[in-house]
Design a binder for this molecule. Structure first.
Ligand code: DX5
Ligand code: ZN
Length: 222
């Protein structure tokens, strides 16, 4: 699949989501951060807003659920038509069952790891998922500083995926910018979430193009 850029609308103007999504140029995915004020201290939006977004755009929607009880709530996002639904490893009661349910409903299944959550316990479960999300900040807020300590985990995730011979995307989220994206790509990430780096730029579409070029140049094997 190659390098993909997924701007996060968390840093956009929530009163104008349709036009904020329209100005993302050739972004591959639109990353939507769902926060419930329980799994993380912040509160953003939920299924009704995701449904409204899906009704107004043909872009592929990547839902990042930072919520408790994803076993209960995540399938609704797949049913609504999200391209990808990521739940957090720390929150899921039955992650294999949930991932299978998401796929059955037609979505890609993603698993998110907070900075302190190891990837190794997922080695045997990789065939059940389509994307691993390695958080490079503590989830909850946009605009935080990138955590370099997460880079070795990206590398290990890439090794596990390669060893398993699977085509699983490795997404990074948090503090990804023109300053940090090359390190992430070099470590083996291939899907890059960027909130403030895209929406604080004067030209969001140009920021997407720049991030993609940097990641492509830094990707292993380039
Ligand atoms: C944070 C969210 C991110 C956020 C990233 O918990 O998961 O998707 O939008 O924002 P930046 O790119 O500004 O760090
Ligand atoms: Zn996110």
């Amino acid at each position: 699949m190659g390098i993909q850029i997924a701007p996060s609308i968390l840093s956009s103007d929530f009163a104008n989501l349709e036009s904020e999504i329209a100005r993302l140029g050739d972004a591959d995915l639109v990353h939507v951060d769902v926060m419930d004020n329980h799994f993380v201290p912040n509160l953003t939006l939920g299924l009704p807003v995701v449904e409204a977004i899906l009704a107004r755009t043909d872009r592929l929607i990547d839902c990042h659920l930072m919520i408790d009880e994803p076993d209960r709530w995540a399938p609704g996002y797949a049913e609504a038509g999200a391209h990808n639904v990521t739940f957090h490893a720390e929150a899921a009661a039955a992650p294999v069952r949930l991932a299978r349910e998401l796929r059955r409903l037609g979505a890609r299944a993603g698993v998110g790891l907070r900075p302190a959550t190891p990837v190794e316990p997922w080695a045997d479960l990789l065939p059940e998922i389509d994307m691993l999300l390695v958080m490079t900040v503590e989830p909850g807020f946009g605009g935080q500083a990138f955590l370099d300590v997460c880079l070795p985990k990206i590398r290990r995730a890439r090794e596990l995926v390669s060893q398993a011979g699977l085509d699983i995307w490795i997404q990074v989220d948090g503090g990804v910018s023109a300053e940090t994206i090359e390190r992430c790509a070099g470590a083996g990430a291939d899907v890059f979430v960027a909130g403030s780096a895209v929406y604080s730029a004067e030209d969001a579409a140009a920021a997407v193009t720049e991030l993609r070029a940097l990641a492509q140049k830094a990707a292993p094997g380039h």
